[in-house]
Design a protein around this ligand. Structure first.
Ligand code: FES
Length: 153
């Protein structure tokens, strides 16, 4: 199988990895870089558990080919906190009790950060629409939306 070398920045650190050309960004993160915060729910673009930011935009990392990310800037859930200080949205998820099993939470939080940075937080309906790619099987949507809304204020 052909492989390629890709150099990209992940959570502020420059990384260079040789990967099979079919490798998804999600597998690059989890299998090659040991960043297992991004979750593999469906591996098919349907659940949002794998959401990361690429050059500031939300993507499903399971649908993104790693070899296309030369020089990209990737932010995962591991890159959101500032040392011991949680990102305000991470703190809001705790304060609002916005998770049960937690499996979707990394994707929800990264997606929520993207949603806030994109400015799609004018109302609960708008947040719900722009977070609709992130599925929570425990049904914590009300609290997730509230956490995003609180943080955006
Ligand atoms: Fe990527 Fe479900 S694992 S969208």
């Amino acid at each position: 199988v052909p492989s390629s070398r890709v150099s990209l920045t992940v959570n502020g650190t420059r990384r260079a990895v040789t990967v099979d050309n079919r490798t998804s960004l999600l597998d690059l993160l989890r299998e090659h870089l040991g960043l297992t915060g991004s979750k593999k729910g469906c591996d098919a673009g349907a659940c949002g558990a794998c959401t990361v930011l690429v050059d500031g935009r939300r993507v499903n990392s399971c649908l993104t080919l790693a070899v296309r990310l030369e020089d990209a800037e990737v932010t995962t859930v591991e890159g959101l906190a500032d040392g011991d200080r949680l990102h305000p949205l991470q703190q809001a998820f705790i304060d609002e009790d916005a998770f049960q099993c937690g499996y979707c939470t990394p994707g929800q939080i990264v997606s929520g950060v993207g949603c806030i940075e994109e400015g799609h937080t004018g109302s609960q309906e708008e947040i719900r629409e722009w977070m609709s790619g992130n599925i929570c099987r425990c049904g914590c949507y009300v609290k997730i939306v509230r956490a995003v809304e609180q943080t955006a204020r």
